[in-house]
Design a protein around this ligand. Structure first.
Ligand SMILES: Nc1ncnc2c1ncn2[C@@H]1O[C@H](COP(=O)(O)OP(=O)(O)O)[C@@H](O)[C@H]1O
Ligand SMILES: [Mg+2]
Length: 258
């Protein structure tokens, strides 16, 4: 599924896994500073079980869109629903309760805490579920289960990314938001990061992934969006976007060509 040398033959048009909308972003406007919108009328959906990719140039607003879904950026117009209910205006802790797990691009683990303590932090709202969730998470990230007492700060970048994803998964999220899980990793570790994201999704977790590594992202996604200047410029299955001449010319020519 992840052989970069033959992307078009590796991708299978996945049928929509379910009609049930987990995340629905409609005509969203959002930004940091008064009068300046970074998100300019963006639309995005994630159905239950889907792996959705967001690609696009630097500064397009990809991280801002994830932060807006997670209640970290002010929404000015439009709506965001999670499992059918609007979450606009809710703070991040409430978003976690509504089933949104977010892994930011950087500073996503507590380095002075052990792996185990990081995972416990992920479940502070539901301590009784710890054992069950630990089993789920170490089923995907077996190596972490063997090193629970190790400090997160002593781990490699790729291992930290695994801890960060695991921490978000401890809450059994309805949707997992990942901001550039492959960023800053060596090529081999990047491959591993994409495989792990696939594994998470195959375990049934609805996932929205932002990636600079556009081709690799589209190869593993059910559907993707190209975000440009805060708007969804293109939407389609991973295969459709990988084969769209406009998308290739504008966004895949130099981006993420492994
Ligand atoms: N905390 C912030 N305050 C003000 N502007 C910001 C902040 N974070 C990002 N921006 C601006 O928002 C725009 C989009 O940034 P971002 O969402 O990080 O893009 P991407 O993730 O697609 O590279 C950029 O112009 C960036 O400078
Ligand atoms: Mg970003």
């Amino acid at each position: 599924m992840s052989d970069a040398s033959t992307p078009t033959t590796q991708v299978v048009d996945a049928p929509v896994k379910s009609d049930e909308l987990v995340v629905n972003v409609t005509d969203l406007y959002a930004g940091y500073l008064p009068g300046i919108n970074i998100i300019n009328g963006a639309n995005l959906t994630a159905r239950k079980g889907e792996l959705v990719g967001i690609i696009g140039p630097n500064g397009a607003g990809k991280s801002t869109l994830l932060k807006a879904i997670f209640g970290m950026v002010k929404v000015r117009e439009g709506d965001i629903t999670v499992n059918g209910e609007s979450v606009v205006g809710l703070k991040s802790d409430r978003l976690v309760q509504r089933g949104v797990g977010f892994v930011p691009q950087t500073n996503n683990v507590f380095p002075s805490l052990t792996i185990e303590e990081n995972l416990q932090m992920g479940l502070f709202q539901r301590p009784k579920a710890y054992a069950e969730r630990l089993e789920f998470v170490t089923g995907i990230f077996a190596e972490l289960g063997k090193r629970l007492k190790q400090r997160a700060g002593s781990l490699s970048g790729g291992e930290r990314q695994m801890v960060a994803m695991s921490r978000a998964l401890m809450m059994d999220p309805a949707v997992l938001l990942l901001d550039e899980p492959s960023a800053g990793l060596s090529p081999v570790r990047q491959d591993d990061a994409f495989i792990r994201v696939s594994d998470i999704n195959k375990a049934g977790v609805t996932t929205i992934m932002v990636e600079q590594n556009a081709r690799r992202c589209l190869q593993i996604c059910d559907r993707g969006y190209v975000l440009d200047q805060g708007r969804d410029a293109y939407e389609g299955t991973g295969r459709e976007l990988l084969n769209d001449p406009k998308v290739i010319g504008l966004y895949l020519g130099t981006l993420g060509t492994d």
